[in-house]
Ligand binder design. Structure first.
Ligand code: AMP
Length: 943
């Protein structure tokens, strides 16, 4: 078969005048990149027995050898003829095709990308014609152009070279040749080569570009004059960002996009808020003057503020949202992704047609911060994809005071990390606004067509220091000597338009004056701003605003309906084979639903989700291994043993039910938790849960906890009902798997910012989760969840406790102990309760009451006082914890306990029973763990 295909090729007119060396090189080129060879050759090679793939499973040396053999036979059979002349040409032809490939791959290295022209980059040898055995003498020889998209099949080498240099080496540096998918590569080839990366724009468009640059420059000048030396992280030097964003919004609007969420760091943020979002300049001036925003206890600096507005586009009104962000650059990107995914889910837009994420990065941060890699990694996963993000790098070629060359990175470009997902990257010289416009159009079109991330690297400079109070020449002397002489982007472009007769000098000046007058009058400066926004485009948060914190909320549920729901969760599709141990769990759940077996954690938690779905609340759970649960208690996703398919019963409760999303996450905490924060702050009616594989793994996401979850409401007025489930408990598993670092959360508690709960029964986790969604208050919930209690014989509940109870912040003594006899009250949270209970029962003590504090923050002082009230003869009050003294709740919560204890009886002195202070959270030796555990229980009974 193979022989006959090649024989036919050989016999064909195409090969009869050629030679094997030519074919060999051509074939190698084809293997490297199928698009590098002319169409007719590609078709031949595709027909080879490998099935036509360039990644052939037939070794290409085998095929080459065949060609060589055939060539030899041919030579023997035929006298050498005039064909040898053309064979020399054909050899060069192959080299020309290789040259074309080289430009596509490395042309960007010779592009003029730096407006300051400080970049000293050697032109890669691959771009020299001599590298391909070609010389100046070949410049006028005509070659086939292969797939070079210049509209003709043949051209002189001179012409081909010119086309390549114009396309790839002017002010745009295109990096797309690393993309494996040939459809995408060809798409870019067509788009850039057909216009040589420089389409002709109409005078109107050019005028609009200048108007946007005038606005960008005008605002900075205005603020610089009005508030000299005040920090604003100005955009000066990177003004092209404003026309770039304008084009993204307008063009995606014409694709039918309804919402755009933008995340960005400080630089240029005020400019974007005023010139893109239409924030009233007067409001910005108020911020410069330090006016307090009502209702926020902390507030935040002006260059962290978010904003929302609606603007008009050719495709209709678009809602714009700027995410609030902290100074931790880059962490806002996964927050944006979460917010976008929430909006897409709400609009039933799985492809991401209706909501577009745009993230804006600094060059130093995008190259340095690990969360960037995590965010790229999540971009195509089921749980986190958003149909592609347009990522802009405002690349001012310096990181605060750190030089890019030696210190800021090891990669050539700041954007190289994007190649890990084969994202196309377009570097563009920010002083060429038309090039900026062109790459922006490419970016929007690519994202809309391929639904993948694309990166625009806007190479600019920073006219001032890191901020306006900084003097940059101390650390970057040469760069700033150059910048001092550099005319602004607007000036350069205005001159170009005047010279080409698109505008006259008066019109240029008029644009400047008009903008300044608008600012003087405190007017909006975005012409497309919609003054009466269509509110349908975003969520109404009013039902969740203005609620005071309350612990109690009715979370009871009808017994019959609960049982119906429970039995629905047990049915699986016809022929679905459930694994043996899982089948046993389902069987037990059936008994639990019928009231024939005590309820365990897995059942209660599942029923919390089922009842919430029944009541109209969407539920989303993500985290490492959440489908099964780290400790195998959940089994919310069933796996068919026959074909590996999955079935999620909670998605099949009733027709038209709310979404139940359950995703095992990729192995990230930082980006994933940030994503879920973004999701939760955009979806008020849902229960959004992130579960850590082990509680302490959340420390990889500490930025999200500190900067967003615990402080976002007080800084920015953004409510968040996110739930974090953190497995915690001292089971002798060593330092890394014992503690969820409770102390970290408790230390951050203030102003009722979060809730910290440690439920100890199945009914408690059920009511805690239900309360979180049903109560209109939106506060993050940090829940320490158990490990061994998932199967503990005492950690059980009854059906009635699910249907009738509510979440108890404090659980009083459960055994029938006479209050008058109690001389010692032990207070505790979490798993240690069961150890204390068993010890007391074993010892038959009736002078000890054990009280569980199930919510450590907001600390339930009143509820605790009520529980202590009957114990009038108490002499000792003890806080018992498994954690070392410097960890757990002891230091952060003792003032609450002490207050309640002394209010109960003045002479009561709060005592401690727990591990000694320790550097590590737990010991690594099982015997030592057991000894410590024994001692702390003993202490609780005796101190
Ligand atoms: P967005 O779609 O994010 O621009 O939000 C639209 C409007 O909803 C905002 O202007 C706020 O008034 C309100 N909003 C959005 N998210 C929240 C939140 N997490 N907490 C309170 N209000 C919010």
């Amino acid at each position: 078969m193979q022989e006959s295909v090649m024989q036919r090729m050989w016999d064909s007119a195409h090969l009869s005048g050629g030679n094997a060396a030519y074919v060999e090189e051509l074939y190698e080129l084809y293997l490297h990149d199928p698009n590098a060879v002319p169409e007719e050759w590609r078709t031949y090679f595709q027909k080879l027995p490998s099935g036509g793939s360039a990644a052939a499973d037939v070794s290409h040396s085998t095929i080459r050898d065949h060609f060589v053999l055939l060539a030899k036979n041919q030579r023997r059979a035929q006298p050498v003829s005039a064909g040898s002349v053309s064979s020399e040409h054909e050899k060069k032809q192959v080299e020309v095709l290789r040259l074309i490939q080289a430009y596509r791959l490395r042309g960007h290295q010779a592009a003029q990308l730096d407006p300051l022209a400080l970049q000293q980059r050697p032109v890669p040898a691959d771009l020299a014609i001599t590298n391909y055995g070609l010389t100046d003498a070949d410049l006028d020889t005509v070659f086939r152009t292969g797939d070079l998209a210049i509209g003709k099949d043949e051209a002189s080498l001179r012409e081909i070279l010119k086309a390549l240099q114009e396309t790839y080496c002017r002010t745009i540096g295109a990096e797309f040749a690393h993309i494996v998918d040939s459809e995408q590569r060809n798409w870019f080839i067509q788009r850039v080569e057909s216009v040589r990366s420089r389409p002709e724009f109409s005078p109107e468009i050019k005028g609009h570009l200048l108007e946007r640059l005038t606005a960008a420059e005008g605002l900075e000048k205005y603020l610089g004059t009005k508030y000299p030396g005040t920090k604003r992280f100005g955009l000066e030097g990177g003004e092209s960002l404003i026309p770039m964003l304008d084009e993204i919004i307008q063009r995606s609007g014409s694709y039918g996009t309804k919402e755009i969420v933008i995340g960005m760091a400080h630089r240029g943020r005020l400019n974007v808020l005023v010139n893109t979002f239409g924030k009233n300049p007067r409001d910005l001036f108020d911020e410069f003057e330090g006016k307090k925003v009502e209702g926020l206890s902390s507030g935040d600096v002006k260059y962290h503020q978010g904003f929302s507005s609606n603007v008009m586009t050719p495709g209709g009104e678009i809602h714009l949202a700027m995410a609030f962000n902290p100074s931790h650059l880059e962490i806002v990107s996964p927050v944006v992704e979460g917010s976008v995914r929430a909006r897409q889910d709400r609009r039933c837009d799985p492809a991401g047609d209706k909501v577009l994420p745009v993230t804006i990065h600094g060059d130093a941060a995008v190259a340095g911060q690990g969360v960037v890699m995590e965010t790229f990694q999540m971009s195509q996963t089921r749980a986190y994809r958003t149909g592609g993000t347009i990522r802009i790098v405002v690349n001012n070629q310096v990181g605060f005071t750190t030089n890019k060359q030696e210190d800021a990175r090891s990669t050539e470009y700041a954007t190289d990390v994007a190649k890990m997902i084969q994202a196309p990257i377009f570097h563009v010289n920010a002083d060429d606004p038309e090039a900026v416009l062109f790459v922006t159009q490419l970016a929007v079109d690519y994202r809309m067509q391929f639904k993948r991330d694309i990166v625009l690297d806007l190479i600019c400079y920073r006219r001032r220091g890191h901020n306006e109070a900084d003097e940059p020449s101390g650390t970057q002397p040469l760069m700033y000597q150059k910048i001092a002489k550099q005319r602004t982007t607007r000036e350069l472009y205005a001159d170009a338009l005047i010279q080409s007769n698109v505008l006259d000098a008066e019109r240029v000046q008029a644009k400047v004056d008009e903008y300044r007058t608008a600012l003087d009058n405190g007017l909006h400066v975005v012409k497309s701003l919609v003054k009466e926004p269509n509110k349908e485009l975003f969520v109404d948060w009013r039902p969740y605003l203005g609620h005071a914190w309350t612990a109690r909320h009715d979370t009871s549920f009808d017994l019959k309906t609960l049982q119906d729901l429970s039995s629905k969760l047990l049915s699986v599709p016809e022929g679905f084979v459930v694994q043996r141990q899982v089948a046993k769990i389902l069987e037990d759940r059936q008994k639990m639903g019928a009231g024939a077996l005590a309820i365990n954690w897995g059942f209660a938690e599942t029923m919390a989700y089922a009842t919430l779905l029944f009541e109209g609340h969407p539920v989303r759970i993500s985290g490492q291994d959440v489908g099964r649960g780290t400790f195998s208690h959940r089994h919310a996703a069933l796996h068919n043993q026959k074909d590996g398919s999955t079935y999620i019963p909670l998605q099949h409760i009733y027709e038209g039910q709310p979404r139940f999303d359950l995703y095992d996450s990729f192995l990230s905490e930082e980006a994933v938790l940030a994503f879920e924060y973004g999701y939760a702050t955009t979806t008020p009616n849902a229960l959004v849960v992130w579960e850590a594989q082990f509680g302490d793994f959340a420390n990889g996401a500490q930025v999200v906890i500190d900067q967003f979850i615990t402080s976002g409401e007080h800084k920015w007025g953004r409510l968040c009902g996110l739930t974090m489930l953190l497995p915690h408990g001292y089971e002798g598993q060593g330092p890394e798997h014992s503690s969820a670092r409770l102390e970290r959360y408790l230390q951050l508690c203030a102003e009722q910012n979060i809730q910290v709960c440690v439920p100890t029964t199945p009914a408690q986790v059920y009511h805690m989760l239900r309360r979180q969604a049903i109560r209109p208050l939106r506060k993050p919930l940090i829940a320490l969840t158990p490990k061994s209690l998932l199967r503990h014989k005492l950690a059980i509940s009854t059906l009635e406790e699910l249907t009738e109870g509510s979440f108890q912040t404090v659980i009083p003594e459960i055994d029938p102990i006479e209050a008058a006899k109690v001389e010692r009250v032990i207070m505790c949270s979490g798993k240690v309760y069961y150890d204390l209970l068993e010890k007391r029962r074993n010892e038959g003590r009736d002078d000890i009451a054990i009280v569980r504090i199930e919510q450590l923050y907001p600390f339930p002082e009143e509820d605790l006082a009520e529980v202590l009230a009957p114990y009038q003869n108490v002499k000792h009050i003890i806080w018992c914890q498994e954690e070392p003294m410097n960890q757990g709740a002891w230091y952060c919560s003792q003032h609450h306990m002490r207050r309640v204890a002394t209010a109960h009886k003045k002479e009561l002195f709060l005592q401690y029973a727990g591990r000694d202070a320790s550097a590590a959270p737990a010991v690594g030796y099982a015997s030592m763990h057991a000894e410590q555990q024994e001692k702390l229980l003993q202490d609780a009974f005796t101190v």
